[in-house]
Write a protein that binds this ligand. Structure first.
Ligand SMILES: Nc1ncnc2c1ncn2[C@@H]1O[C@H](COP(=O)(O)OP(=O)(O)O)[C@@H](O)[C@H]1O
Ligand SMILES: [Mg+2]
Length: 405
């Protein structure tokens, strides 16, 4: 089993997926644009080969370079779990005659308008939406849909360049800020709670799924620095109040023809109970939410993903033992972190629930909280009871303070 793994060393979770592939017995050929010496050591040592291309962003050239470097060697799978490389992976599959999502199958995962058009045709409840490539078209779309609206890039990520506009005045303020975005989706603003539906899917069959709850919604978290955003993987994704969202997720996967791999969907639940589709990627969530799944079930989903894409199996038993909360912290002040307040008390009171302390240490530089959800690190806590999990998570949010100057 020869697997081409795109960007095996970056971002942070990719070495884990690469490890998983090696552990299930695949021979992994890495493809990246950094020199092989730039890979994490543990990744470099496990690769059967590495193809360094000139640039991962010049897709046609990268495909040609990979093809030449392979010199006819048979490839069984092309894997990428990083959003910006999904189309390159699809092109490589087509060029090398490898099964999996081709370019046409991948577009609905990359283009937020194509995604909704396809799901509308399948009868999925998406937000009312209109694509726009000019200021005039945005105005027209907003009038047609009615305020409040969301304006967001059709190929966005991490809530970047995404705005809620409650009135024409607000839209007028936002338009100059999105002038650099070539193509946007204007959507009906859907008020409610926001959840994920994440899966490992094997030939259209969902072998494993996870539901996480965003507290608060990502757009609010990304717009307010003082918030410590939480992502809570729920121990009971089969709870009655999630059933409509999970059902929608299953239908979405069917409609998009997911082959093998991770998927990450977001969906909204309104106060009146209606569930509405948000978006889906043919990849896992980021920000250590795959590690979070591992802590919820005490298994190794990196390895099971690898087994699923290569051999079509998910062998680990799925025992849902814990709710797992990720609480991301943003330091107060700029520069270097000089104090961490409130952490000792959390250890004293809830030390046994801390699965991972990833908080930046004293002396570390602050990170850009708008660019990384991880911000200045996180605490991951787990507990079998949801109410207890939420209350500890809120305590971490309120009482742990990183100070920078
Ligand atoms: N139609 C909508 N109604 C309400 N909130 C939305 C809507 N579209 C996006 N958002 C908010 O913006 C966030 C980012 O949008 P999303 O479509 O998930 O793009 P991405 O995560 O790729 O940047 C969502 O998580 C949600 O909080
Ligand atoms: Mg999103």
């Amino acid at each position: 089993m020869n697997v081409l793994m795109l960007s095996p060393g970056y971002p942070a979770e990719m070495p884990e997926f690469t490890r998983g592939l090696v552990e299930v017995g695949a021979s992994v050929i890495g493809v990246g644009d950094q020199p092989v010496g730039g890979l994490p050591e543990r990744t470099r040592h496990t690769l059967a080969a590495y193809v360094q291309v000139g640039s991962l962003w010049d897709e046609a050239r990268a495909v040609a370079e990979v093809r030449e470097a392979l010199a006819g060697r048979r490839i069984d799978r092309v894997e990428s779990l990083w959003e910006p490389l999904m189309v390159l992976a699809a092109r490589l599959r087509e060029a090398l005659g490898v099964p999996g999502l081709g370019v046409a199958d991948t577009i609905p995962f990359r283009d937020k308008e194509a995604m909704k058009v396809k799901l509308d045709a399948a009868g999925i409840r998406t937000p009312r939406h209109v694509a726009a490539t000019s200021v005039g078209a945005v105005w027209e779309a907003a009038e047609r849909i009615g305020f409040p609206v969301i304006v967001k890039p059709i190929a966005g990520a991490g809530s970047a360049d995404t705005y809620r506009c409650d009135s024409p005045d607000e839209l007028k303020d936002v338009l100059p800020r999105i002038a650099h975005v070539p193509s946007v989706s204007v959507e009906e603003f859907v008020d409610g709670e926001e959840y994920t539906f994440d899966t490992v899917t094997i030939d259209g069959r969902i072998a494993y799924y996870n539901v996480a709850w965003y507290r608060p919604r990502p757009l609010i978290a990304r717009s307010n620095e003082w918030i410590s955003p939480q992502v809570v993987a729920l121990r009971d994704p089969d709870a009655a109040e999630l059933a409509d969202g999970v059902r929608m997720g299953v239908e979405v996967i069917r409609a998009l023809g997911v082959e093998r791999g991770f998927t990450h969907m977001e969906w909204y639940k309104k106060a009146d109970g209606e569930v509405v589709f948000g978006e889906i990627g043919a990849r896992p969530p980021g920000a250590h939410q795959v590690d979070q799944m591992n802590y919820a079930c005490d298994f190794d989903v990196f390895r099971e993903w690898a087994r699923a894409v290569t051999f079509g199996r998910f062998d680990a038993p799925i025992e849902r033992k814990y709710n797992v909360a990720l609480i991301f912290k943003r330091a107060h002040g700029q520069g270097t972190i000089y104090a961490v307040e409130g952490l000792e008390a959390i250890y004293r009171r809830h030390g046994a629930t801390i699965a991972w302390d990833n908080l930046s240490k004293i002396g570390a530089r602050r990170r850009n909280w708008r660019q990384t959800l991880v911000s200045d690190g996180f605490l991951m806590i787990r507990h079998p009871d949801l109410a207890t999990t939420l209350s500890i998570a809120d305590e971490v949010g309120e009482h742990v303070r990183l100070l920078a100057r």
